[in-house]
Write a protein that binds this ligand. Structure first.
Ligand SMILES: [Zn+2]
Length: 59
């Protein structure tokens, strides 16, 4: 069985885990109807539109 040759330092471990926060995707799309920033492939929370048509009733 493969075994790590050296102990990974606390600094190295924490430096790697600090990168996890960067994996969050930014909101890089706008609703076609109300121009509000929305995540791709997601129904707009402001007007309930998806793909140019209304799929949700938002009060
Ligand atoms: Zn919208």
């Amino acid at each position: 069985m493969a075994v790590p040759k050296r102990k990974m330092s606390r600094s190295r471990t924490r430096h790697r885990k600090a990168q996890w926060l960067r994996t969050a995707a930014p909101t890089n799309a706008n609703c076609k109807r109300c121009k509000a920033p929305v995540r791709p492939h997601t129904v707009c929370g402001t007007c309930g539109a998806y793909g140019g048509r209304t799929v949700l009733e938002v009060e």
